[in-house]
Design a protein. Sequence first.
Length: 126
Amino acid sequence: MKVTLEKDYKRIYTIEEYESAKRVIAWEKENDEETAKGWAEYAVREALKDEIESLTEVIKAEARTAKNGRIWDAYGEGSGMMDVLIEFVAKTSEGYMDGCAYLSDIWQTGADDYREHMYIRRFVER
């Protein structure tokens, strides 16, 4: 999967974190055949779990590096607390959803409820 560096990474990351981010990008390129849109579908379905509303389409999805204090070396030795943030816009049966979720959380779909770690804005058609 194509992962980019966070926009202001030079201002946000230390040199060590920058190296960790590069490791995550390389790991994703080599090991993950899923697309950002594919991972976003998992996240949207998790966000809508226990609701009548359902996913219609992921309109836009992007993957970028981001720090996550809840993980350590999830992308191999030396990746530290660096993670991938999947940002998305999706159409649902009731309106639209704008949000993001960490890929390390999305990997837990079906095993753990990670909705409390997601950022979601919902726009409902009336």
